[in-house]
Design a binder for this molecule. Structure first.
Ligand SMILES: Nc1ncnc2c1ncn2[C@@H]1O[C@H](COP(=O)(O)OP(=O)(O)OP(=O)(O)O)[C@@H](O)[C@H]1O
Length: 429
C-alpha cells in the first residue's frame, strides 16, 4: 500500500521494507520544447559533467519546463498501481524513467528485479525483423538468456496467437497483433515489475480478458504493476491504489476509487471556475416589482440544511425563495441547467406546469422547491435559468445562477447519474 502524508498529499517513505520493488523519491524531469535548444542543452550538460562542473539540474533554463516535479511513491511486490492524469500530465515520462529509458534530472529511482515495459505499441520491436526474430531480440533485451527464450518460445507464440504470421516482418502486423506479441513477450519473462501504458486498450475483448486473467495470475505470483489508463474501470478492476498526476505534479495518491473521483471531478471542472454557495438578490423597489420577486436560489439537503454545493445522487431540494406581493394562481416555476464544462449542453429543462403541478401562492415570503429524490447531475459547473410565470405573464427571472455539483460516488463514463439498486430475484430452484 502507498502510505500518504495527508498534509502534503505525498507518500511517506517506509525504508527497510524488503517487499519494495520500485522506489521513486523526489523525482523530477525537465524537457525543452525547442529542439535546437534542447540539443544545445544536451551538449552543455555533457561538457559540464565531463569537466566536473555542477549541472544545476534543479533549475529551468529558457524554454524548459517540468514534465515531472518531485514525485514520490513506492510499489511493493504483488501491488498494482494505477496512474491517471490528463494528456501531458507526465505519465509516460514516469514509466520511461522507471524502465530506465530516460534518466531523471533530480531524485532517485530504485528498481529491484526485472522490469518489463509495455509502454508504446510495438515498442522494442524492429519492424523489418520477423515476429520470430523479434521475440528473441525483445526478450533478450528484457533480460532473458537465449536458452530460456527457446524454452518459452512456443508459449509466447501461442499466447500472442500469431503462429500464422510468425515469419512475416512485424511491420506487416496489425496494431492488435503487435500489441498481443508485446504483451506475450513481457509476461513470459516473469517480470518483477510490469509497466503497462494503455496497451490493454488495443485488441479484441476476448484477448483483453485473457490479458486480465494472466495479469491476475502474475500478481498472485508477486509481480507488481504500474498501469496507465484513461479508462477508470480497467483501473478499478486491477489496481487497489493509484496516483493522480497533473502537469507533472503528484496531486493525490491512495485508494483507486478516491483518486479517480478527484481526477474526474477535476476533469469535469476544467476550464470553468467553480461557483459555490447560494445566490441572494437585493430587495426590489416596488416600482420595479411585477408582483413576485426572486430573492434567493440555493440547494438544501433532505434535512433542510442549505448546501454550498449539491452532491450527485443525493436527495436534494432546489429552492427558489420569493417575496410574493399578490395572490398568484397556477404559478409556473421553470428551471433549466446547462453544463459549463464540456460542450455547454443543456442538461435539463423542467417546469411545474409541464408536470401539471399548479403552484398557488399567497402574499409573503415563499420558498418554491423542486424536489429531486436523487440528484442526477454529474460533478461539474452549471449555469441555470430560473423563472416564475403564470400563463403568459412573467413575474421574475434569474438568467445565470451558477452552481457546482460534487460527488462522493464514481460516475465515470456517465452523462448523468442513474439512481439504482441491484437485485437478485430467485425465480426457481
Ligand atoms: N522528449 C521530449 N521532449 C520534449 N517534451 C517532451 C518529451 N517527452 C514528453 N514531453 C512533454 O512532457 C509532457 C509530459 O508528457 P507525457 O508523454 O509524459 O504525458 P502523458 O501523461 O503520458 O500524456 P498522454 O496521456 O497524452 O500520453 C508533455 O508536455 C510532453 O509534450
Amino acid at each position: 500500500m502507498i502510505t500518504v502524508n495527508k498534509s502534503e498529499q505525498q507518500p511517506v517513505f517506509e525504508t527497510n521494507d524488503s517487499d519494495i520493488v520500485v522506489s521513486v523519491k523526489d523525482v523530477s524531469k525537465k524537457f525543452c520544447r525547442d529542439l535546437k535548444r534542447s540539443l544545445f542543452y544536451g551538449l552543455q550538460d555533457i561538457v559540464t559533467e565531463i569537466s566536473g562542473g555542477d549541472r544545476q539540474s534543479d533549475r529551468l533554463r529558457k524554454r524548459e519546463f517540468w514534465a515531472l516535479r518531485d514525485v514520490n511513491f513506492q510499489l511493493r511486490r504483488g501491488e498494482a498501481l494505477g496512474l491517471v492524469g490528463s494528456n501531458g500530465a507526465g505519465k509516460s515520462t514516469l514509466l520511461r524513467i522507471i524502465s530506465g529509458l530516460i534518466h531523471p534530472d533530480t531524485g532517485i529511482i530504485q528498481v529491484k528485479g526485472r522490469v518489463a515495459p509495455l509502454i508504446a505499441l510495438g515498442a522494442g520491436f524492429n519492424p523489418i525483423l520477423t515476429g520470430r526474430e523479434n521475440i528473441y531480440a525483445n526478450m533478450s533485451i528484457l533480460g532473458l538468456p537465449t536458452s530460456e527464450i527457446k524454452r518459452r518460445f512456443d508459449d509466447v507464440v501461442e499466447f500472442a496467437e500469431i503462429a500464422d504470421a510468425l515469419d512475416a516482418p512485424v511491420q506487416t502486423y496489425s496494431s492488435g497483433m503487435a500489441a498481443r506479441l508485446g504483451f506475450a513477450c513481457a509476461i513470459h519473462i516473469d517480470p518483477d515489475v510490469l509497466l503497462i501504458d494503455e496497451v490493454l486498450a488495443v485488441g479484441d475483448i476476448r484477448f483483453k480478458m485473457k490479458c486480465h486473467h494472466r495479469l491476475a495470475k502474475l500478481r498472485e505470483q508477486g509481480t507488481a504493476f504500474v498501469l496507465v489508463s484513461h479508462n477508470p474501470h480497467s483501473l478499478l478492476n486491477v489496481c487497489n491504489t493509484s496516483i493522480y498526476l497533473k502537469k507533472g505534479q503528484l496531486i493525490t495518491s491512495g485508494e483507486t476509487e478516491a483518486v479517480m473521483r478527484q481526477y474526474e471531478e477535476d476533469l469535469c471542472m476544467s476550464g470553468t471556475e467553480a461557483a459555490i454557495g447560494p445566490l441572494f438578490l437585493p430587495e426590489k423597489p416596488k416600482s420595479e416589482s411585477l408582483g413576485l420577486d426572486i430573492r434567493a436560489i440555493y440547494f438544501k439537503d433532505a434535512a433542510g440544511n442549505i448546501l454550498d454545493t449539491p452532491y450527485t445522487g443525493e436527495h436534494t431540494y432546489w429552492c427558489v425563495e420569493c417575496d410574493v406581493h399578490d395572490y398568484i394562481e397556477d404559478a409556473n416555476l421553470g428551471i433549466s441547467a446547462t453544463a459549463l464544462s464540456g460542450e455547454n449542453n443543456r442538461v435539463f429543462y423542467l417546469t411545474s406546469t409541464s408536470d401539471q403541478v399548479p403552484l398557488n401562492l399567497a402574499p409573503g415570503k415563499v420558498e418554491l422547491q423542486l424536489e429531486m429524490p436523487s440528484l442526477g447531475l454529474i460533478p461539474g459547473v452549471y449555469t441555470s435559468h430560473v423563472y416564475v410565470r403564470s400563463g403568459v405573464r412573467s413575474y421574475d427571472i434569474v438568467k445565470t445562477f451558477r452552481f457546482t455539483v460534487k460527488s462522493e460516488r464514481l460516475v465515470s463514463n456517465c452523462l448523468y447519474y442513474q439512481a439504482r439498486n441491484w437485485n437478485v430475484v430467485q425465480k426457481s430452484r
